[in-house]
Ligand binder design. Sequence first.
Ligand SMILES: [Zn+2]
Length: 370
Amino acid sequence: MKTPERNSQDNSNAVDPYEAAEEARQALSGMIFAALKMRGRKFRAAPASLPLTIIAGFLGAGKTTLLNHLLVEPHGRRLAVLVNDFGSINIDADLVSSRTEDMISLTNGCACCAVAGDLTETLIDIAEREELPDAIVLEASGIADTQAIVQIALTNPAMRVEGALVVVDAETVFELAEDPHAGRLFRNQIAAADLCALSKLDLLDEAGRTAARDWLATQVPGKPVVEAFNGAVPAEVVLGIGATRHAPCSPPVSTDHAHDFDSFSFTVDEPLDGERLRALFDSLPTSLLRAKGVLNLTEEPARRTVYQRVGERWSYTPAAPWGDETPRSSIVFIGPAGWIDRSKLETGLDACRADINDARPTKTLPHKER
Ligand SMILES: [Zn+2]
């Protein structure tokens, strides 16, 4: 039997003011590092020849769904795809449908601050390739400051920032805009958009849809807004935003948002009992902003089950067979800093391991309706 592996290397639970100041300092030095790395660099790629599209938007807005739609659409362009996840395991990279694509995952921190150095290095590597991609698509973490990502990309002379597409979840828009922890970041993300994609309108009635459209129009006056049903935005729209972004003449502002959020990652090889896990997922506090995972459930041993939670809505979705890959469960929880009770979560998840109590009969996996 394999020993369960656990990853608890995420940010500390408590928000220490010194630690917060240190993170802000790191964020700023990340950008300075990016600028210094670029000084006097000459790349194989000609100046401003690599179009970069940034897919941004708050936790759970539907960025990966939109990216997946783009990757399966036959647009004929060779894409380099960068996927950034705030947690220490990159669930989004697992959920990107075409694994054979040229995909790079940026893990364990947000690419606009904590792992800004990794983003810088990755963009340098791409610009130095012998075979250059036709375009680069970066899926930012759900807590990334859109403008900061744009500024880091612009320090690389080979990049031409095609624009920032910000995905906005129509169902949670009012809640998030007023959220004391996330509201400011959420509104800043939207304000930095060159194009907004309003998602999940199908979950609302007509009045709700109108209210969400009207609110967004007031936030991004004069900017285009498209409606994305199941992430469907045509490739020529996503890859052809055509924004004119120029390198900033003043140093970028420091982003200090990373310490506002906290994540907890859990990985285990033993199959989990889907029923017990369902009870745990139903009992999670509403303060939890986001959870996602790829699960190895006793009820579905041959294939992955994808777990998604946005706001209070959650679902299990059957996904690809494990094939040659060793089945294992990986889950990431994201919430306001200090609001994630790691030990309680860990104890709860451990109790869902099928080998803890296998006297209990397993049932067919119920599919929770959206
Ligand atoms: Zn960041």
